[in-house]
Design a protein around this ligand. Structure first.
Ligand code: 4AD
Ligand code: MG
Length: 477
């Protein structure tokens, strides 16, 4: 018999006769009530087992984690909190789950324990909700850009380019490790390890994306990117997903407008489609907050925070203004940073970004016109000769969620910059062609998808919003 998803059963307009549901047992109470979850919704459906007419052997096998099939009538529930339940006439155990050994017991587990069991943590309420929200958000990304006529581009994963010029790349080798090509001096010749060419995993699809924008007008990428940073923070992954739109003829202000509109759209989309999951995540957070001292509790509940972002414009602030604000509140006044900003030109640390967003502006902030020497080579130089048309979007609780810029479209200026930074022109010959043939103003940005999911779900560690997090030494699955 074809089964019906629990979500559809719970949303049914009427009671129904003889339906079938399949899923996993969350709990089994009083030898009678199964809380069944099939992943279609945060809500379990209660299945009432006729225990007097069910073999003792079968009842014993209804344990947390077991896969079961229940057939019966969908009837109105007498219990509080649910409209319907299933009055079971036939129960079948599809897959046993040893109650002693099943790691996802119906109790609170530490996040660390859950991360070590990433293949099973998705069977908990919180991770089921997070992964459904993540899925809806990725659909929203496509929905937004497709509606606006952007072309989705799949940029390469294996590439010879270092898009950010930051050197944080995983090297790719196509040859057996003990048989890598050697230089004349006998050292491994990394320049040749991909059948004669050196390659790495992409850190960003931007440069390839730019070449497509200069033909198709407006494009976006949405794919995995890799950073070989040995960082163990709650905001960094070695493998994360990035969304990178790139638009011909857009200047930096257009770029900011696009980023703001896009972020608001996807958040609204998730709020419309994931109401139950977000309400669940909000209540989970409120519970967690109760265990914190008053001063550390967040001022807004999750949905209020999301609404705030929808209803308020992001504050646009130049780097120079931001530095003045940060200098004013350091060093001898109340606000103490670990790293004190004394001079114009210093890179902001996440403590500064969070101060600006959470304490000073109390709103998402778009910082723009950064000093050229702390930003990537491809950003357009301003008339002042020392700042570039860069923008970072900073979010409460997250810090940087977007990094982008207007691109340097002038061939000579770009080549000069690459020379100054020691970036090989020959390796980026194809990129420079965009500036050789029909160059024009263009802009784009990259949004770290997991940072967006962090914000929308209210989670605090980036490892908890991606199915199988890749962090240093963590790659079992
Ligand atoms: O600021 P980033 O490095 O910018 C770029 O890669 C540009 N090529 C984007 C562009 O203009 N097309 O990265 C962009 C965003 C960051 O703002 C952050 O949200 C996310 O990607 N990000 C990471 N997310 C998780 N783990 C990491 N290690 C990340 N590094 C960057
Ligand atoms: Mg950045």
């Amino acid at each position: 018999m074809k089964h019906t998803r629990v979500k559809d059963l719970l949303n049914s307009a009427t009671i129904l006769q003889t339906i079938n549901a399949k899923g996993w047992v969350r709990t089994f109470r009083n030898n009678q009530f199964i809380a069944l979850n099939d992943g279609s919704t945060i809500n379990n459906i209660q299945c009432v087992v006729d225990f007097e007419n069910t073999a003792e052997e079968t009842l014993k096998r209804i344990t947390t984690g077991a896969a079961v099939s229940v057939t019966g009538d969908l009837v109105e529930s007498k219990g509080a909190g649910q409209k319907y339940e299933i009055k079971v006439s036939k129960l079948e155990i599809l897959g046993d789950s040893d109650a002693e050994k099943f790691p996802m017991q119906p109790k609170k587990h530490s996040m660390e324990f859950l991360r070590e069991n990433a293949h099973l943590r998705v069977r908990t309420n919180a991770f089921g909700a997070i992964m459904r929200v993540r899925s809806v958000l990725s659909f929203a990304v496509h929905s937004y850009f497709q509606q606006k006529g952007f072309v989705y581009v799949n940029t390469p994963i294996i590439t010879g380019a270092d898009a950010e010029g930051a050197g944080e790349m995983f090297q790719v080798t196509a040859l057996p490790l003990d048989n890598l090509p050697k230089t004349e001096e006998g050292n491994i010749d990394y320049k040749k390890d991909f059948f004669g060419k050196h390659t790495n995993l992409t850190v960003s699809g931007q440069l390839e994306g730019e070449t497509f924008a200069m033909a198709l007008g407006q494009i976006y990428t949405f794919g995995p990117t890799f950073r070989a940073e040995n960082s163990n923070t709650s905001r960094h992954l070695a493998e994360f997903w990035m969304i990178e739109p790139e638009v011909a003829f857009n200047d930096l202000n257009d770029n900011m407008d696009l980023a703001e509109d896009f972020i608001q759209y996807v958040i609204k989309y998730a709020m419309d489609k994931c109401g139950d999951d977000l309400k669940f995540l909000e209540s989970r957070l409120l519970d967690e907050e109760k265990s914190k001292p008053q001063a550390e509790r967040s001022e807004m509940a999750l949905l209020e925070k999301l609404n705030f972002v929808l209803e308020n414009n992001f504050k646009r602030v130049s780097y120079t203004e931001a530095i003045d604000i940060l200098r004013d509140c350091t060093p001898n006044k109340k606000k103490k940073f670990q790293y004190i900003i004394n001079e114009w030109g210093a890179d902001l640390q996440s403590e500064h970004e969070r101060y600006l967003v959470e304490k000073h502006f109390k709103s998402p902030v778009i910082l723009f016109d950064y000093p050229a020497n702390i930003k990537a080579f491809y950003m357009r130089l301003n008339e002042d000769g020392k700042t570039v048309r860069a923008m970072d979007i900073l979010f409460p609780g997250i810090g940087e969620i977007v990094g982008g810029s207007q691109r340097e479209e002038r061939f000579d200026v770009l080549v000069e910059k690459m020379k100054a930074l020691g970036i090989d022109e020959e390796e980026l010959w194809w990129y420079l062609d965009t500036r050789r043939f029909g160059s024009a103003m263009h802009s784009g940005f990259g949004l770290g998808f997991e940072r967006l999911v962090l914000f929308v779900t209210g989670m605090t560690n980036i490892r908890d919003v991606i199915p199988f997090p890749r962090t240093p030494q963590n790659a079992d699955f």
